[in-house]
Structure formats: C-alpha cells, structure tokens
Design a protein around this ligand. Structure first.
Ligand code: PMP
Length: 363
C-alpha cells in the first residue's frame, strides 16, 4: 500500500510508531490481561501510565515544580470559560489579543464573565498577521492577558512570547492547542497554558492545562465543580474519570518526541517542513499564501490557487496521490496543509512535488 499523508487540522496525524505500539498493546497492556481502555483509572496499572505521562511531559517541556499539570476533558473550547471563571479572581476585566477565529471565540466566551479589552487585533487585515507588542493597549487593571499562539484556521502563529512586566503580577494565558510541543518554550513566562490534544499531543478527548499554583483556588462564585482547576489539581486529575485512553496515547507520543530529540529536535524538523512548503508557495504566482511572512504558522499552512475553479480538481488529484484532507476550513475556502509534529518530512516533500506538477499542467 502506498503511504497516505493526512494533512487534517485535527484530529490529525499521529506517529505511525505510536499507532503500531498501541495496536500491539491493544488487547493486553504489559501482561495485565486488559486493554488500557478497560482499566480502572484508580488501579495501579493506569496510575502508572498517568504518572509516567505527566513525568515525561514535565521533562520534555521543562515544566517548573510550581506548576500543576491537569488532564481534563471538554476541549479547548471549555477553557474559553474556565479561564475567566478561575482567573478573574476579584477583578472584572481581562485583556485579549485577537488574531483570528479561535481568539474571537475565546473573547466571546470571556465576555459572559467580564469586560474584555481587546488590546490588539489584526481584524483590519482579515487576521493575516500578529500585531507587534508595541501596538498593544493593555489595561493595567486586567486580571490576565490571553492570546492564541497559533490560529489553526488562519495559519498565523506567534513566533515570539509576549513580554509581560513581572512586577505587574498579571499572568499571561495562552491557547496553545495547535502548536504545543512544536518548539521549546519557557513555561515560566506563563500563568496558564491550555491545549486540546488532537493536533500535536494525541487523540481528541484530552485537554491539557498547565497552571501556576498560586493562581489556583479563587474561582468565581457558582463555578461548576468540574470547571474549577483547583478541584482537579487537588485530586491529581482524578476527581472524576479522566480521558484514560487519550492520556495513554499521549504518553506514547511523548516518548516518540523524546526519541526525535525532544522539542529542539522536533523544532528543527518543523522548520524544515514549513520552509519547504512556503518556499514553493512564494516561488510561483499559481499559489498564494495570504499570511505575513514573519507570522506564518509552522503547523497550518493555508494557501489558495490563483484560479479557484481548479480547487476541486486539485483536491481530487491530491487524493489520488495519497495526499488527503487538504481542503481549507469551510469559512475561508482554498487549501490548508496541517503539518504537525507527526507529519513526516517525506509527506511535505510529496505534497510539494505534487503541487509543482499540478501547477505545471494547469498554468
Ligand atoms: N483553539 C484552537 C487554536 C483550536 O485550533 C481549536 C480546535 N480546532 C480550539 C481552540 C477548540 O478546540 P476543541 O475543539 O478541542 O474545543
């Protein structure tokens, strides 16, 4: 069978080695006689899996001791509410940076709980760039500052971490759903990091939260129990049943990442893959990427064909070449190639070769 390369934005490609190991362990995990799916989350077997997953994550990402790691459910979308519910404390304002559709959703949800100050926005250019920090208008009374490090739909990524004056005491909060663990990041610059797992970590169903401990324990009145980070932190993410199988697969992905040289190793691969594709896009009039060069995502590469009448033919021929899920988000059209950690270099190389040939035949 010719290999299929899956460019889906999420749920997305997983490392083949991980799927093979999961297959081998499917019916009997390490001689336990059980599938991981069948294990009690409080049994010694699953507790060992959970501990090792957290340990590997801490090591890979360099998570300091004063941060809790939470394995939650509800998707990154639940975090849009959990963040204000838990971090407003006694304040009623929050700063948000708007770089696209996911930031916009976070802003809308936060608006139910507080006054949102959109400190900067790239809506003036259809969200094709990241406003530099000297353009931000932060509110000194904000409870926190929220941004989206990678806009999965628009393909716009912060290639830098905002600098927040430590004396202000205002925590930086980031939605890292689609670029978490794609490069080394200094965790200590953040108050809270969250991410849905289904792009760079593992299967859908797991939502990861990394939170500085001093921010815990002051939720708004009437915050639902399951929306209170402190409840999850006190119970090691076992207050209720965590997404056990998704945690197990994520654990395997973390081991795979370590073998790839950790975050420095995977970053080098991600740069090489992204450069290959962007270089092609920039070398021809046939294709076009709308995103400002300095803010282009290494994870999601949106592009259009000069002649949109060829879109369907492009997708059809791509598919027959084993290149699937390249259709752009329904709201923007065109194409989008998601090239997360688990997308092999050969997949991008094959896409680029196909795109060159397609352009040659249709120019
Ligand atoms: N934020 C970003 C950046 C995303 O890409 C997504 C999902 N595509 C979400 C939030 C929402 O995640 P979920 O579907 O897990 O709720």
């Amino acid at each position: 069978m010719n290999p299929i390369y899956n460019f889906s934005a999420g749920p997305a490609v997983l490392p083949k080695e991980v799927l093979e190991q999961a297959r081998d362990e499917m019916l009997d995990w390490h001689g336990s006689g059980m599938s991981v799916m069948e294990m009690s989350h409080r049994g010694k077997e699953f507790m060992a899996i959970a501990e090792e997953t957290e340990h590997d994550l801490r090591e890979l990402a360099g998570i300091p001791q004063n941060y809790k790691v939470l394995f939650l459910q509800g998707g990154a979308s639940s975090q849009f509410a959990m963040v204000p519910l838990n971090l407003l404390h006694d304040k009623n304002k929050a700063d948000y940076i708007n770089t696209g559709q996911w930031s916009t959703k976070a802003i809308e949800e936060a608006g139910k709980y507080c006054t949102v100050n959109v400190a900067a926005s790239s809506s003036d250019a259809n969200f094709t760039y990241v406003p530099t920090q000297n353009q931000w208008h932060l509110d000194p009374e904000a409870a926190y500052i929220h941004y989206t490090s990678n806009e999965t739909i628009g393909g716009v990524e912060f290639n830098w971490v905002p600098k927040i004056d430590a004396n202000s005491g205002i925590p930086l909060v980031v939605d890292m759903s689609s670029d978490i663990l794609s490069r080394p990041v200094d965790i200590s610059q953040f108050g809270l990091i969250y991410a849905g797992a289904q792009k760079n970590l593992g299967p859908a169903g797991l939502t990861l939260v990394i939170i500085r401990e001093d921010l815990l324990g002051k939720p708004l009145a009437n915050t639902p129990t399951l929306f209170d980070y402190h409840i999850h932190a006190k119970n090691d993410s076992m207050y209720n049943t965590p997404p056990t199988y998704a945690m197990y697969i994520t654990g395997l992905v973390l081991k795979w990442l370590k073998q790839k040289g950790g975050l420095t190793g995977i970053e080098a691969m991600n740069i090489a893959k992204a450069n290959l594709l962007y270089d092609l896009l920039d070398s021809t009039e046939f294709y076009h990427c709308p995103v400002a060069k300095s803010d282009r995502s290494r994870m999601n590469v949106p592009f259009t064909l000069q002649n949109p009448a060829l879109d369907d033919e492009f997708l059809k021929q791509a598919k027959s070449n084993g290149l699937i899920q390249l259709k752009g988000h329904r709201s923007v059209g065109g194409m989008r190639a998601s090239i997360y950690n688990a997308m092999p270099f050969e997949g991008v190389a094959k896409l680029v070769t196909f795109m060159k040939e397609f352009a040659h035949h249709h120019a």
